[in-house]
Ligand binder design. Structure first.
Ligand code: PMP
Length: 394
């Protein structure tokens, strides 16, 4: 049996339309098939490979760490240099009160940890989230997901969770003194890259303060420089009580985090028993890769460049069939008339050697989220390919 047959016979499947391409090597902006065919990566493994594939700094950090140790003990027992240095590096990018970092394995686990932390801190159980929000696949994270189709087969999920409309100030009244937390993506990802304005975020922050609940920002997808700022919430004038990150954070390795003040975090880790336990959270190899990724992002001007690179995409993606190009930095959605048209387009682009995708809850929009290292020439090439593919399938 070849690997493609093993893939369909023996690997648990998630997607209705798996790409089922066997990649032998990936480097920088490109992935390579066994037969030598290359694909320009325009989605970064869904917002993960922010420095491209196999970035030398990340590879070196992984090699150095594997020479020292792999797993030692469950998370939070030993002093592991990559973990503590990563925690400090992340804290240094944030407002003073966000100084305590709990390392986990993924975005979903970051969501779980944050929701538990908010419940424990406030002694309340109600959680408010948003229509079309995605915060992960585990039961707690699914409970705060804003898509009924995804949730329905798995009910009952966590009770006392409510979704309000993104950017609609009237809905802030649903946030009340029973509420433990509001969880929101500063830029909604799987909804198809949806943004709202500073005034909304200011009103949300005030409402949370008024009722005494915590505000959680999920930056699993929009963080780590993708929006043109290190953290997407820097586009607005307010800060959260808890911040989530994962995906791009590991530069290709699995890691996530939820971050709060030490005072808030303390109530989860002690008092009266353990609150969140993880065997592999903040694995030292992932933490070393993450530290190299964060350091590289801070040392270079890749994040500043993300804004102008995004604008270049927008200026070049002009066509009658394109209804809108939404987003900031290198977190973009290109809207077409229907899923059927987009699906044909994505398949055609794949044939031409360009990897794109749609969004979980917005299937008429193409995801453009390339590694931040993409160069101007590659953007021009990608945009001409997209326009050519539109022509081919029209
Ligand atoms: N939050 C957001 C905003 C996400 O986009 C995702 C993943 N798409 C998650 C959480 C869940 O992350 P993971 O798949 O690593 O569990």
């Amino acid at each position: 049996m070849n690997n493609r047959q093993l893939f369909s016979n023996h690997l648990g499947q998630t997607s209705q339309f798996p790409l089922a391409i066997e990649i032998e090597k990936a480097e920088g902006m490109y992935m390579y098939e066994k037969n030598g065919k290359s694909y320009l990566d325009l989605i970064s493994g869904i917002g993960v490979s922010c420095l491209g594939h196999r970035h030398p700094d990340v590879i070196q950090a992984i090699k150095d760490q594997t020479d020292k140790y792999l797993h030692l003990m469950v998370y939070g027992e030993f002093v592991e240099a990559p973990q503590v240095q990563l925690a400090k590096a992340l804290s240094d990018t944030l407002p003073d009160h966000l100084d305590n970092v709990f390392l986990v394995n993924s975005g979903s686990e970051a969501t779980e940890g944050a929701l538990k932390l908010a419940k424990r801190h406030t002694g309340r159980s109600k959680i408010v989230s948003y229509v079309d929000a995605y915060h992960g696949s585990t039961s707690g994270a699914l409970s705060v997901c804003g898509n009924e189709n995804l949730k329905n087969p798995f009910r009952p999920l966590a009770p006392n969770t409510f979704q309000i409309r993104f950017g609609e100030k009237e809905d802030l009244n649903f946030i009340d003194t029973q509420t433990a937390a509001v969880i929101i993506e500063p830029i909604q990802g799987e909804a198809g890259v949806r943004m709202t304005d500073t005034l909304y975020f200011e009103a949300l922050r005030s409402r949370c303060d008024e009722v005494g609940c915590l505000l959680i920002f999920d930056e699993v997808q929009c963080g780590m420089g993708r929006s043109g700022k290190f953290w997407a919430f820097e586009h607005y004038d307010i800060a959260p009580d808890i911040l989530l990150c994962a995906k791009g954070m590991g530069g290709g390795m699995p890691i996530g985090a939820f971050i709060s003040s030490k005072e808030i975090m303390h109530c989860l880790t002690h008092n009266p028993i353990l609150g969140h336990i993880t065997t592999f959270g903040g694995h030292p190899v992932s933490a070393a890769a993450s530290l190299a990724t964060v350091s590289h992002l801070l040392r270079t001007n890749l994040i500043d460049q993300a804004s102008s690179k995004g604008e270049l995409f927008k200026s070049l993606l002009v066509h009658d069939k394109i209804k809108e190009v939404r987003g900031v930095g290198l977190m973009l959605a290109v809207e077409f008339e229907s899923f059927d048209f987009l699906k044909e387009l994505i398949d055609r682009l794949l044939e031409m050697g360009y990897l794109t995708d749609w969004f979980l809850f917005c299937d008429n929009s193409m995801r453009i989220a390339p590694p931040l290292i993409i160069e101007e020439d590659e953007i021009k090439m990608a945009c001409s390919a997209i326009l050519q593919a539109i022509h081919d399938v029209s």
